[in-house]
Write a protein that binds this ligand. Structure first.
Ligand SMILES: Nc1ncnc2c1ncn2[C@@H]1O[C@H](COP(=O)(O)OP(=O)(O)O)[C@@H](O)[C@H]1O
Ligand SMILES: [Mg+2]
Length: 229
């Protein structure tokens, strides 16, 4: 297996607050890693550091292939563009792909997330779950090697969560390398090769799902999981 992400002793400080304290994580190609843990433990900051949306204050990040896509909690589609425009814009502008090809590829991706019939709709006309599936298709349009998800379903009504999780499960079957911050414990258990537990800026345990959910080393994790499940 080939390591595609290697984060070594990452530290990140906001003012007086040390938000990441020597966080190290290696991810192999095709692996799915879920990050769980209490609110404020540094999960989003860690993803933002990997994505280079934040400068790190210490440590090293090696990403084998710089092609990362990120899907955020809030549904950040361009409101004044149609679904297909949302998906094809970056390939056209950033990758200089010709429009026809970008639209064709966008339609294939919409088919993959089950939304081809919504291609000419505007974001305000589709549901939250559909928006998030469009956001995934939009990230895929840039042909990322790695996808980072930051609580992709936590802004959704409960009945819309499943459709987004199924799309992510399909990507896992296709061996997409993914790091997923989530509070969906059953999903994390099903889809992940490893679960990482973050608490107060540290990774306190990394384990296979079965171990994490049945017999974690840290009592703190058991308390958290008992509350979540
Ligand atoms: N831009 C920022 N400026 C100051 N503090 C921040 C900033 N972003 C996050 N924090 C703080 O860093 C800590 C970790 O936040 P975050 O990474 O969002 O945690 P999580 O995603 O696990 O809930 C929190 O205490 C949060 O208030
Ligand atoms: Mg967060």
């Amino acid at each position: 297996m080939m390591c595609v992400i290697k984060a070594e002793n990452i530290t990140k400080v906001f003012g007086d607050l040390e938000v990441l304290k020597n966080v190290s994580l290696e991810v192999d190609r095709g692996e799915v890693i879920s990050i769980i843990g209490p609110s404020g433990s540094g999960k989003s900051t860690f993803l933002r550091c990997l994505q280079q949306l934040e400068e790190i204050d210490g440590g090293k990040i090696k990403i084998d292939d710089k092609k990362l896509g990120m899907i955020f909690q809030n549904l950040n589609l361009f409101p004044h563009k149609t679904v297909i425009e949302n998906i094809s814009e970056a390939p056209i502008i950033v990758n200089k792909m010709n429009r026809e090809k970008a639209v064709k590829r966008g339609e294939e991706l919409l088919k993959k997330v089950g939304l081809l019939d919504k291609k000419d709709d505007y974001p305000c006309d589709i549901s939250g779950g559909q928006k998030q599936r469009v956001a995934i298709a939009r990230a895929l349009a840039m042909e990322p090697e790695i996808l980072l998800f930051d609580e992709p379903t936590s802004a959704l009504d409960p009945e819309l969560v499943g459709e987004v999780l199924s799309v992510i499960k399909e990507l896992a079957k296709d061996h997409m390398t993914m790091i997923i911050v989530t509070h969906e414990m059953a999903f994390a258990r099903e889809v992940s090769d490893y679960i990482v537990f973050m608490d107060e800026g540290k990774i306190i345990e990394k384990a296979i799902p079965n171990k994490m959910f049945t017999n974690p080393d840290h009592p703190r994790i058991k308390v958290f999981l008992d509350k979540m499940l």
